[in-house]
Design a protein around this ligand. Structure first.
Ligand SMILES: NC(=O)c1ccc[n+]([C@@H]2O[C@H](COP(=O)([O-])OP(=O)(O)OC[C@H]3O[C@@H](n4cnc5c(N)ncnc54)[C@H](O)[C@@H]3O)[C@@H](O)[C@H]2O)c1
Length: 453
């Protein structure tokens, strides 16, 4: 049994859940209990399911039904693959079980809903927040950040209490650790608290642009504004994937004077082709004795003002962390965070957006403390806090999410797309996954790529 399944077993069967969740948990596939969770029509849908470490498959599973009064069932019209899905594929995020439906970024059309859903109608086009909030303390009188914290917290899963010291929000398609909600890499999806977790898409905005409000846009925006990019700042960004790319764009929008991106492959050229004034460091080609930190200090003598982590803790660079991760002596490598801490100027700001799940060794706490470095702007992004603003920016043309979309693919071929995305093959930056319910490709979006032999 893989570590991730063992953790799910211990949590659910041995320790037991704290019984404090506000919505039904562990419905990661309606087939887990057809009588309770599957649509009475018996309709079958295609969905991408996790089948064990490094294995995903598109399978036929039952269509979900309304389980609670504030549920919305969506016909999915678009979804995508995120760097976070790779952590699930690799089994780095704990408590996955065979058959769990993945996918936390999706948009769709309201198909049916529970009797207490307000503000939505059948047929509405909507995008879902990857974080599931219940909205019980939603109040315009409260300071927004606190409000978002509270809606997230109230939604949350029960199981983070023991290891994290506090709850986190539920997340679609992101293991039983975050509540066990079936994801949206499927033809239908159940959205708990649909009135809070769905944003209506205006007719002027196609799915190919609105979809990314689910996660990548809100996440990159949060990294930039919460870590605090200010006018004139030099910003260094680790990871030139979709999150890093949008963090670069948002840094420039928020007044950065220079953005330097660090990665080791063609993605640096991809981002540079979209934003020619961005500078890059390919760490795989640095001469012996030159580190990312020393290279950055060459380019910016006092060091960048801000460092943004858009990679993740599971990718070791050196042998020490490689073996420690493999032997389970740590869950995350501290290499990138150490590079960020040693690179920024004294009192610089470092924000962690890439996913870290547990404990790390060799953390440079000395540099952090002695030089007054601030770790700020971390966390799963509070989507609800930003998505209306970001939608307006899309509507006005201030941002164009299609800049990061390299491929349009079919739901039926999603397993193959996972493996290509993982290996960064075929120039894959960000995909739009169409289903049988999708509209024809919008102007400016990539044409369909198929991988069927
Ligand atoms: N905090 C949140 O709310 C949130 C939301 C979405 C995604 N994420 C996380 O953000 C991270 C980035 O997402 P993505 O979709 O862009 O992922 P991605 O996997 O597509 O991109 C990550 C990039 O990091 C690069 N990389 C690997 N090791 C590196 C190193 N040592 N130094 C510099 N670059 C390195 C890879 O080559 C790759 O291009 C992931 O961990 C994802 O899970 C967080």
């Amino acid at each position: 049994m893989a570590l991730t399944q063992a953790a799910a077993f211990i949590e659910q069967k041995v320790l037991g859940h704290d019984n404090n969740a506000t919505t039904e948990q562990d419905i990661t596939n309606p087939g887990r209990d057809r009588a309770k969770y599957a649509d009475p029509s018996g309709e079958i849908m295609k969905a991408l399911v996790w089948m064990g470490k490094n294995t995903v498959e598109v399978r036929d599973v039952p269509k979900p039904r309304v389980v609670e009064d504030r549920d919305v069932i969506l016909k999915v019209t678009g979804s995508t693959v995120c760097g976070s899905d790779l952590h699930l594929l690799h089994g780095t995020v704990l408590q996955l079980e065979k058959g769990d439906i993945l996918g936390h970024e999706f948009c769709g059309e309201v198909e049916s809903m529970g009797k207490n859903v307000t503000g939505l109608q059948k047929g509405d086009r909507v995008v879902a927040s990857f974080q599931i909030a219940c909205g019980d303390v939603w109040s315009p009188m409260r300071f927004l950040r606190m409000m978002v914290d509270e809606i997230s917290v109230t939604t949350a899963t029960r199981n983070c209490l023991r290891s994290y010291g506090g709850r986190t929000a539920g997340i679609f398609g992101y293991s039983h650790f975050t509540g066990g909600f079936a994801g949206g890499q499927a033809e239908y999806v159940r959205v708990p608290y649909g009135d809070v977790n769905l944003l209506k898409i205006p007719s002027s905005v196609p799915d190919e642009k609105a979809l990314y409000l689910s996660d990548v846009l809100a996440t990159s925006w949060n990294a930039v504004v919460d870590t605090g990019v200010e006018q004139g700042d030099v910003v260094a960004i680790w990871g030139a994937g979709p999150i890093g790319q949008m963090a670069a764009e948002f840094s420039l929008i928020n007044g950065a004077s220079k953005v330097i991106m660090i990665d080791s492959n063609w993605r640096l050229d991809y981002v540079k082709s979209k934003y020619p004034n961005i500078e890059t460091i390919d760490y795989s080609t640095l001469p012996r004795g030159t580190s990312v930190t020393s290279k950055l200090k060459e380019m910016v003598p006092r060091g960048p003002d801000v460092a943004l982590e858009c990679v993740a803790g599971e990718y070791a660079k050196g042998w020490a962390h490689y073996f420690e991760l493999m032997l389970g002596l740590e869950t995350d490598s501290s290499e990138i965070v150490n590079e960020m801490i040693t690179s920024v100027k004294n009192f610089g700001r470092c924000g962690i957006t890439g996913v870290y799940v547990g404990y790390t060794n060799h953390f440079n706490i000395g540099s952090l403390m002695e030089r007054g470095i601030r770790l700020i702007g971390n966390g799963q992004a509070p989507v609800h806090m930003y998505w209306e603003k970001l939608l307006k920016m899309i509507e006005s043309g201030e941002i164009d999410p299609l800049k990061m979309v390299s491929h349009r693919v079919k739901m039926e071929e999603l397993a193959e797309v996972y493996y290509k995305f993982e290996k960064k093959e075929d120039g894959m930056q960000k995909v739009f996954v169409e289903t049988k319910f999708s509209a024809p490709a919008a102007a400016g979006s990539p044409a369909l790529t198929t991988y069927t032999k």
